[in-house]
Write a new protein. Structure first.
Length: 134
């Protein structure tokens, strides 16, 4: 697959943002994540990076807004994106929404997700259990 220059630029900014995120430089990572998203808002990897970084910066309302308004997210059942949305709800104590979103996340995990450890199934189950216990 050959990418055009714009798509390559989006991927470069996304990779920089993800590496800054992995290094714990959440506030610095947000700039490159936003640039990547502005170039390619319907790329699931870019959307995952940006929403992860927003959450790392405790910008939970922005994560919710970003995902709920994104056309790709509305059509996708990406467990990574559902997990980020559920995390935002949980951190805002919106437990009913967190619970239903965590359950949706679990329902969409595929064999490839399990093999690459994209989503920690046990953590999701623990979050569900703790919310249901309240």
């Amino acid at each position: 697959i050959t990418l055009n220059k714009q798509e390559k630029n989006a991927q470069i900014h996304n990779n920089i943002a993800w590496n800054l995120y992995l290094d714990g430089q959440f506030d610095t990572a947000i700039k490159d994540a936003r640039i990547a998203y502005d170039i390619s808002p319907h790329n699931d990897k870019i959307l995952h990076t940006y929403s992860s970084i927003l959450n790392a910066n405790k910008l939970y309302e922005q994560t919710i807004s970003l995902l709920k308004q994104n056309e790709f997210f509305k059509k996708s059942n990406s467990p990574k994106l559902l997990f980020n949305l559920a995390e935002s709800y949980r951190n805002l104590n919106r437990n009913d929404e967190a619970l239903s979103t965590y359950k949706a996340c679990l329902g969409h995990i595929s064999e490839s997700d399990l093999n690459t450890n994209i989503v920690s199934i046990q953590n999701v189950k623990n979050y569900i259990a703790s919310i249901e216990a309240d």
